[in-house]
Design a protein around this ligand. Sequence first.
Ligand code: SF4
Ligand code: SF4
Length: 91
Amino acid sequence: MTGAGPRAYDGDEPPGIATMANQVRILTKYCKGCELCVAACPKGVLEMSDELTEAGLRPARPKAGAECSGCTLCYQVCPDAAIEIWETADA
Ligand code: SF4
Ligand code: SF4
């Protein structure tokens, strides 16, 4: 058979996928401390910081050691686009 159709899965892991993890980052410059993301996270990854931003607000932050699933719910509820979710290969 010839052509360039989809290749059948042959049992090997695609390169890198087994080591991929997710990382959530709060852009504190834009965070207004509304806590919506903390309530939205089903994994309990986020909490409010004790430290104030330059604007005098308590921003959200990821808890140390918490594992983000990459579900994006926090990103979806944030009214200020203050959340980034990254796939990382070194977690
Ligand atoms: S992406 Fe999902 S699991 Fe990760 S911090 Fe946001 S809501 Fe929580
Ligand atoms: S939802 Fe957005 S603005 Fe509200 S606390 Fe979370 S990161 Fe900050």
